[in-house]
Design a binder for this molecule. Structure first.
Ligand code: 13P
Length: 327
């Protein structure tokens, strides 16, 4: 798109926002032109919490499907639009609800006493089968709340689960899912980059595999990364192992530093193809047509309870341990 066309689309979006009463939320992995336009940017946890404070009748969620679904579940009365309904997530796809349910059943038949702790990168149906939902921002805190007498079944991210198991010293049964973006960083190129910039600090998302985290100085989710780099007062080089659009957010919040993307095995830019489905034109079009909309599904009722007690600290009705349906 030429600059003039981009300017026109941006002007249309701003007008439509007022006309339909919309608030735009955008994840840090969205293209910079979308983040720039958003009323609120954030990581998964911040966006879920901020969505509950929105006063306008419409939330336009620029992120992937599970994020918009979460916003809808926490705000049933709001209209929640997602510019592209096909914006999915490889982690969510790796854990179908029927497969998880069968696995939980097998564990119960084998006499295992467990609670299911589920990463937010999952479908509502999977959340409904869970005792807790966590993000990279609150996972440690929630895991420490799971009574010691329960084993933890952690789904679907094996790398995040392994990392959390290590920092909390809790044994976990891990699902074998992984994020297609964080899985492809090249440890070989990271080591080469560290040799080239020996004073650089490496920061990595805990969705990265162990071979990357072993070479990392700071491990944290996207919000934690911003907090960490802002503590360095002198200009510093950071090697960043997460989705490449995060660099724009780091640059705009802490411009004094230099940020270098850790290369992937196949390319230098680790961009999430699902996040990239949301474009400025689709953002405009969803506000024009009121579609695609996240509509209420039967499993949302149970998933909402799990989300509220996990992310908003609403007191638990029934955290059952190994009986995610509360039965
Ligand atoms: P956070 O934004 O919570 O760090 O996680 C990123 C992510 O996994 C989005 O899919």
């Amino acid at each position: 798109m030429s600059t003039a066309v981009v300017d026109d689309v941006v002007a249309e979006i701003k007008n439509l926002k007022k006309k339909i009463g919309a608030t735009i939320l955008a994840h840090y992995y969205q293209e910079s032109e979308i983040q720039e336009l958003a009323d609120i940017t954030g990581d998964s946890l911040k966006l879920a919490r901020e969505a509950t404070k929105v006063l306008s009748p419409v939330i336009v969620f620029c992120g992937v499907h599970f994020m918009a679904e979460t916003a809808k579940m926490l705000n049933p009365q709001k209209k929640v639009l997602l510019p592209d309904l096909e914006a999915g997530c490889s982690l969510s796809d790796s854990c179908p609800a029927d497969k998880l349910e069968r696995y939980q059943e097998m564990l119960r038949i084998n006499g295992r006493k467990f609670q299911t702790v589920t990463y937010i990168n999952s479908s509502a149906a999977v959340k409904a089968l869970s005792d807790w939902v966590v993000t990279s921002g609150n996972a440690e805190e929630i895991i420490r709340r799971v009574p010691e007498e329960y084993e933890i079944l952690f789904v679907p991210d094996q790398h995040l689960g392994r990392y959390l198991s290590e920092v909390t010293a809790r044994q976990m049964i891990l699902w074998n899912g992984s994020c297609m973006v964080h899985e492809i960083f090249s440890v070989h190129d990271l080591v080469r980059l560290k040799q080239k910039l020996p004073n650089a600090i490496t920061i990595a998302h805990p969705e990265c595999p162990k071979n990357i985290l072993e070479h990392t100085d700071f491990i944290g989710g996207t919000e934690a990364m911003i907090k960490h780099v802002s503590q360095f007062k002198e200009p510093t080089d950071f090697l960043v192992a997460t989705e490449a659009n995060m660099l724009w957010q780091l640059e705009s919040k802490c411009a004094r530093h230099r940020y270098h993307p850790v290369p992937g095995i196949t390319c230098a830019c680790n961009k999430c193809p699902h996040m990239a489905r949301n474009t400025l034109e689709k953002l405009r079009d969803c506000m024009l047509t009121g579609k695609p909309e996240i509509t209420w599904q039967p499993e949302f009722d149970k998933a909402r309870e799990v989300l509220e007690r996990s992310l908003l600290n609403v007191p638990a009705k029934a955290v059952s341990g190994g009986h995610p349906h509360g039965d």
